[in-house]
Design a protein around this ligand. Structure first.
Ligand SMILES: [Zn+2]
Length: 382
């Protein structure tokens, strides 16, 4: 038996007046997502524990059976796991466009290549030996700090403060906050020489590098992960999954769908457990693009789920389908609310379509996201 988890980032949403009080999932044509719901059983899961920010890191770790209350240290440190960085502290370093306001948390979707040049430029102009910048994907980069600072800082996710005054959201706290503010201010002078897409770095989501329990030790299965973002690569490395690289990924709706499907099918031959996380739907949600979100769901249905269901041996496959968290178009950011989920391969219930409200009426009811893996794999965590 093989286990496949499909995670379309940010797909869940709220009812929207313009859609006749329906959600994008309720409006979209998505026969393949509906097939999983109809032939399987459904429920809704809370993937972000109380008191946590609804980030993709926390939500995906919870889905994969990691208790973030015990193991989570921040987003930057998880991405550091992706690049094998070793440091005292690691922060996420977004390349952003600002005026007095946060204009673009995604630095004009700067290319990997251009971002790499920016990061090199930052490193060759920096004043402190104990800080080092690392390139990631597009606007998502890292800052490593090799000095034993006390971790005493509050930072703000740039995608949560779009259109807001940045002066109110600079890092706050002790010595480490001072250093982050200094670097962010300094970057405004340094960046214009290398790019016009971004004019500032935004430092956030820091912490010490975590030590997650290995998935094979928790659940007895060898796993692989396919994703477009370093955050999930970090989670994969932390959990002991093989991370499968795919060419031509953009983390957006124009990504290499065929490559993702091919890699997933190939991984299913080699591994017991495969997780496929895709980013595009979340990105259009952050852009507040309602039409774009509906279309992105339809593309996901056809080009990912449809193709996988066509090619996979459904008698030998269990599927868990769920977004990691909702990203309501109305808010343009994540919320810590339940997501719909469907499990194919065991019993059937009466749910016929995959949506927030339909799945909530399913046989599994409303569950703690940390219980999802046990429910999906039908085994007790050891
Ligand atoms: Zn997001």
């Amino acid at each position: 038996m093989k286990f496949l988890v499909l995670i379309p980032d940010g797909m869940a949403d709220w009812r929207i007046e313009k859609l006749g009080n329906r959600t994008p999932l309720e409006v979209a044509e998505k026969p393949n997502l509906d097939f999983i719901a109809k032939e399987g059983s459904c429920g809704s899961a809370l993937t972000v524990p109380k008191g946590f920010e609804p980030g993709s890191d926390v939500a995906n770790l919870t889905i994969l059976g990691v208790d973030v209350r015990k193991y989570y240290t921040g987003r930057g440190p998880i991405e550091a796991l992706a690049s094998g960085i070793n440091a005292n502290l690691v922060f996420r370093c977004n390349l952003v466009k600002v005026s007095d306001l946060m204009l673009d948390y995604a630095g004009g979707r700067i290319t990997d290549e251009e971002a790499k040049k920016v990061i090199e430029h930052l490193n060759s102009n920096k004043k402190h030996d104990f800080v080092k910048f690392y390139p990631g994907r597009s606007y998502r980069n890292l800052l490593a700090i090799n000095r034993d600072f006390e971790y005493d800082v509050k930072t703000y996710a740039p995608h949560d403060i779009q259109g807001k005054k940045i002066s109110e959201f600079m890092p706050k706290g002790g010595k480490i906050a001072e250093l982050l503010c200094e670097l962010m201010e300094w970057s405004k002078d340094v960046l214009p020489a290398v790019t016009d897409k971004a004019n500032m770095i935004w430092l956030w989501g820091g912490g010490k590098i975590p030590n997650f329990p290995k998935f094979s030790a928790s659940f007895g299965l060898r796993g692989a992960m396919i994703s477009e973002v370093d955050l999930l690569k970090g989670i994969a490395n932390g959990l002991g999954f093989e991370f499968v690289e795919v060419e031509g990924l953009t983390g957006y709706v124009d990504t290499n769908y065929r490559g993702l499907v091919k890699a997933t099918l190939k991984s299913l031959e080699k591994f017991d457990f495969v997780a496929l996380h895709t980013e595009g739907i979340d990105e259009v949600s952050h852009e507040g693009d309602l039409e774009g979100k509906i279309e992105a769901i339809e593309i996901y249905d056809e080009k990912i789920v449809g193709k996988l269901l066509d090619k996979a041996d459904l008698d030998e496959l269990k599927v868990l389908l769920l977004p990691d968290h909702p990203t309501p178009i109305e808010l343009r950011t994540h919320v810590a609310e339940s997501v719909p989920f469907a499990i194919y391969g065991y019993e059937k219930d009466d749910v016929k379509t995959f949506s927030e409200f339909a799945c909530a009426k399913g046989r599994y009811g409303s569950i703690d996201g940390l219980k999802l893996m046990d429910l999906f794999l039908r085994r007790e965590k050891t």
